[in-house]
Design a protein around this ligand. Structure first.
Ligand SMILES: Nc1ncnc2c1ncn2[C@@H]1O[C@H](COP(=O)(O)OP(=O)(O)OP(=O)(O)O)[C@@H](O)[C@H]1O
Ligand SMILES: [Mg+2]
Length: 267
């Protein structure tokens, strides 16, 4: 390397050192300005951030309070309905007339189906929706117990897809199922040794649901119509499906089969 080349290399090294220093000073100044500003704009001390944080805390507190109140209401409604169920049970133990006993038991089942929905909502994390499949299964199993069904004689066949529905759908559908399964257990298997009650629940497109309640019993007697029922059970079914803008039709199958269609949420 010539001495001229050597000199320019030393000068270059010096220049690089100077530039590095200048860069460090600029960087420190920039950090000081930006750091201060950033703190002032979004730092924890900024009044806007403080206000937003307080508002968020208040919203969360109110939401928790609302959830706790809804839970409490479900709990109280369930307890009150449970008291009615117990009163009906007491009355049932004193009733001797078979018709009165049957009426009291039917009424007890109807109220218990409503109490159950509040109990389930009280126990769920998400209080807006309920798994309809679980609810329907519990109603059906309860009815099999109440009517003391011999499982070897009459089978309960459940094909229930999990479907989340709102409370204003769960209650009417639960009540309808209560009527239809009670009917199967009370009327369908007279003079029949064995049989099956089949429940199918599905939801294909995310909004609409389809429920089939079927038994392979003796079938509906002639003259019984869902459109103009003369008896309370089927009248309840007709009114409740209408209430949720759903449809019900009798399927042309052996025994008695109904197909219900409804939306998961009341529109
Ligand atoms: N699954 C079924 N199999 C055979 N017959 C049925 C079935 N469901 C209903 N029925 C007949 O239809 C009639 C009307 O049913 P509905 O539920 O309206 O009245 P109910 O069961 O007699 O009385 P309630 O439901 O008010 O206690 C019944 O009395 C019964 O004769
Ligand atoms: Mg009935």
């Amino acid at each position: 390397m010539t001495s001229r080349q050597n000199n320019s290399l030393t000068a270059l090294k010096k220049e690089i050192k100077r530039l590095e220093k200048e860069l460090a000073t600029t960087k420190a100044a920039l950090e000081a300005i930006l750091g201060g500003k950033i703190d002032a704009i979004i730092g924890p001390e900024c009044p806007y951030v403080l206000k937003a944080k307080q508002a968020e805390e208040e919203i969360n507190r109110l939401l928790e309070e609302k959830d706790a109140l809804i839970k409490e209401i479900h709990h109280r409604v369930k307890n009150n309905l449970q008291i009615v169920v117990s009163l009906l049970h007491l009355q049932l133990t004193h009733a001797t007339n078979p018709e009165s006993r049957d009426n009291l038991l039917t009424l007890q089942n109807r109220i218990r189906a409503m109490a159950l929905v509040h109990d389930m909502f009280y126990r769920t994390e998400n209080m807006a929706y309920l798994n309809l499949a679980d609810y329907l299964e519990r109603i059906a199993i309860h009815l099999f117990n109440v009517y003391r069904v011999d499982e070897k004689r009459i089978k309960l066949n459940l094909e229930l897809q999990p479907v989340e529905v709102s409370i204003n759908i769960a209650i009417p559908i639960g009540m309808i199922l209560n009527e239809l399964v009670s009917n199967s257990l009370k009327h369908a298997f007279k003079n029949k040794d064995t049989g099956e009650v089949r429940l199918m629940l599905s939801s294909d497109d995310g909004t609409s649901c389809r429920l089939i309640v079927q038994d392979d019993g003796i079938g509906l007697p002639p003259g019984i119509s869902l459109n103009q029922p003369n008896t309370l059970g089927l009248e309840i079914v007709r009114l409740l499906i209408e209430q949720i803008n759903g449809t019900i039709k009798k399927l042309d199958l052996p025994g008695t089969a109904f197909e219900l269609k409804f939306n998961k949420f009341l529109q």
